[in-house]
Design a protein around this ligand. Structure first.
Ligand SMILES: [Zn+2]
Length: 273
């Protein structure tokens, strides 16, 4: 296909690649936050029945009566999707596409799969936080702590959605219960790195690769399209299933690939390799 050849050339000649990703990428990897699907039934069938949960997000924002139940849900969720995660074919193909070029990732996905797939944590800006790190719920200090060791212990001990009280993580400074990192405040080293990336590749051949972001998304997609408009030499590639949206002002330097992410990235990776 002509379009793939052009895109491959753009990527090969890019000075840097900026990846934007949202839940379409997670869904491709099997993590669907909004679906009452078979995976939800398999992992959370008992809690679905007990609490009336309709999907993962529902559980995430559920008004849990006790911390033991809250962390029961959270630890099972995170252990399942990130505890034993290994780079999926989608992530491997994405790494092939990036190759050894400078890159930066901006994502609203918080499952930590970019880091766990070998992307540099200092180049991954998780705008809504992530669940592989935690912080003091009272924000008595800003330090982030890795969460996976605690999660693993809780998940192992969890029975019927409830974890033992003594395994619930607490702040080492003030003793308050911990919470998952919610990007408040954003990590300064990451926002600095993001600004430096934009400065360094200003006026350069920047390829913006957007993965699975809904057409109305204001958090990542709209800023990436504005960046494309501002950067004379930028190329914008948006991949999404059934929702390709490109504003008129960047149309001549944009490509829209409508289809399944895993298939499209495999195709691109095989052409670049
Ligand atoms: Zn604290």
């Amino acid at each position: 296909m002509e379009q793939y050849i052009e895109i491959t050339e753009k990527i090969k000649h890019a000075d840097a690649i900026l990846i934007g990703a949202s839940n379409g990428l997670s869904i491709t990897e099997g993590l669907h936050l909004f679906a009452d699907n078979q995976a939800f039934q398999d992992v959370f069938g008992d809690l679905k029945e007990k609490y009336g949960l309709r999907n993962i997000l529902d559980g995430y924002f559920y008004q849990w009566r006790t911390l033991e139940e809250k962390w029961g849900f959270i630890s099972r969720l995170i252990e399942h999707y990130s505890g034993t995660y290994e780079a999926s074919p989608v992530m491997k193909n994405l790494k092939t596409i990036v190759g050894d070029k400078p890159y930066f990732v901006v994502t609203s996905n918080g499952e930590g799969h970019f880091e766990q797939s070998g992307f540099d944590p200092d180049k991954v800006y998780e705008v809504e936080g992530n669940w592989i790190e935690m912080q003091c719920s009272q924000k008595c200090h800003d330090t982030l702590y890795p969460s996976m060791a605690s999660i693993h212990k809780m998940a192992k001990a969890e029975r019927n959605g409830i974890v033992p009280t003594e395994l619930i993580p607490h702040c080492p400074e003030c003793g308050a219960v911990m919470k998952l990192y919610d990007a408040q405040p954003p990590k300064k080293n990451i926002t600095d790195a993001w600004n430096n990336f934009l400065k360094e590749y200003h006026e350069k051949n920047l390829v913006i690769l957007e993965l699975g972001i809904g057409w109305r998304n204001q958090l990542i997609k709209a800023p990436l399209m504005r960046l494309t408009a501002q950067e004379r030499k930028a190329t914008y590639i948006t991949i999404n299933l059934g929702e390709i949206y490109i504003t008129d002002n960047i149309r001549e330097k944009s490509y829209g690939l409508d289809g399944k992410l895993d298939i499209i990235l495999e195709e691109l990776a095989s052409k670049i390799n």
